[in-house]
Design a protein around this ligand. Structure first.
Ligand code: SF4
Length: 347
């Protein structure tokens, strides 16, 4: 089985279901690491990407009620918030000395908000004239606003693009298994709608990312089904830039062990042969596990982020540009700053 898998990988052939099960369940972790690292190396040598970005979560008020969510609040709950335009613009102005290139904007499904809030927000951000790339709104948020406005997904995306949207993040995919969605997030859009929104965005010229949330009691088969659906979508619309394996957290931290996390990263690298980048999301993994993940197929660690509320509950520790580069370099890799479209930034 292993030699057949290696042969398929060498010929850039998609792995089949049986081979994917073997990688998740049978192969020794160190052997898996070696293969994933070789594939990563074949794609982008010893380079590990990072960027200068700022995360902004305009509101945590959400009607979603996903059981794994540590971020959302009901409108009347303590700590529920909705930021004004000025508060968001001030956040950006406060950190502009970091020379950020991207704002990553995602939030809750706040019933008080209309699409107009984001249209104007994007216009105001562009008016700052800081050449910021706006990566914003998960597929469930796009779906929420399209339904509220009674317009199609395509019309909704076109309006957002006109106001300054430059790409989509990969959140809201969770895990595509209907069984898990019923248990944890029954009101969330199903897999086919998530994929359709990304396909439409790709058709309109936007790039996007993809994610998979694990730690929800998913089976190996459910993880493979999720990855295969992403791989098929990429074959059709070619717009995914990176895949980000996410891990469910509770108040104490990650639900998965380090070994499970590393295996998910490595197998994703091997199954998603048509994805250029696999991200070790430093905010969730912490610095040490992120360094380790670079040997398991990951080639990106996200960026400066600056502020994070979704998984870290405000406990995210900011590290600056020099510390990010050091983290990559001391692992033995070459650190390359990229923009939001994975173009290298010349210093
Ligand atoms: S995961 Fe997203 S949609 Fe679900 S409750 Fe949290 S903020 Fe709302």
């Amino acid at each position: 089985m292993l030699s057949k898998i290696k042969e398929s990988l060498k010929n850039k052939k998609a792995l089949n279901f049986e081979e994917a099960v073997f990688l998740f369940e049978k192969i020794d972790l160190m052997e898996l690491r070696e293969i994933a690292h070789e594939i990563k190396f074949g794609k982008n040598k010893d380079i590990v990407y990072w960027n200068k970005n700022l995360h902004i979560n305009p509101t945590n008020i959400c009607i979603g009620q996903c059981k794994f969510c540590l971020f959302s609040k009901e409108e009347n709950q303590k700590d529920a918030y909705l930021l004004t335009y000025q508060e968001i613009l001030d956040k950006i102005q406060t950190v502009k000395h970091f020379n950020i290139k991207e704002v990553h904007i995602v939030g809750g499904l706040n019933p008080k908000l209309s699409l107009e809030y984001y249209l104007r927000l994007f216009e105001e951000i562009k008016k700052l004239d800081l050449k910021l790339h706006i990566k914003a709104l998960t597929a469930p948020e796009i779906d929420f606003f399209a339904k509220k406005e009674n317009i199609t997904i395509e019309e909704c995306l076109k309006k957002l693009i006109e106001s300054g949207l430059n790409s989509l993040p990969g959140g809201g995919a969770e895990i595509f298994s209907e069984r898990i969605r019923i248990l944890y997030c029954p009101s969330k859009i199903p897999a086919k709608d998530w994929l359709y929104i990304h396909e439409t965005a790709h058709k309109l010229g936007l790039k996007s990312n993809a994610t998979m949330l694990t730690g929800l009691g998913e089976t190996t088969e459910e993880k493979i089904q999720h990855l295969f659906l992403l791989r098929e979508q990429q074959e059709k619309s070619h717009g995914f830039q990176s895949f980000i394996p996410l891990v469910r957290h509770n108040k104490q931290g990650s639900i998965l062990t380090a070994v499970e996390i590393l295996r998910n990263i490595a197998v994703s690298r091997l199954i998603l042969h048509n994805f250029e980048h696999i991200k070790a999301y430093r905010v969730q993994l912490g610095n040490k596990l992120t360094q380790l993940a670079l040997f398991f197929g990951a080639d990106d660690i996200d960026g400066t982020v600056i502020e994070e509320k979704i998984t870290s509950q405000g406990n995210y520790k900011f590290i600056n540009e020099e510390e990010i580069k050091k983290l990559i370099q001391t692992s033995g890799f070459t650190a390359k700053e990229r923009n939001s479209l994975y173009e290298e930034i010349e210093i």
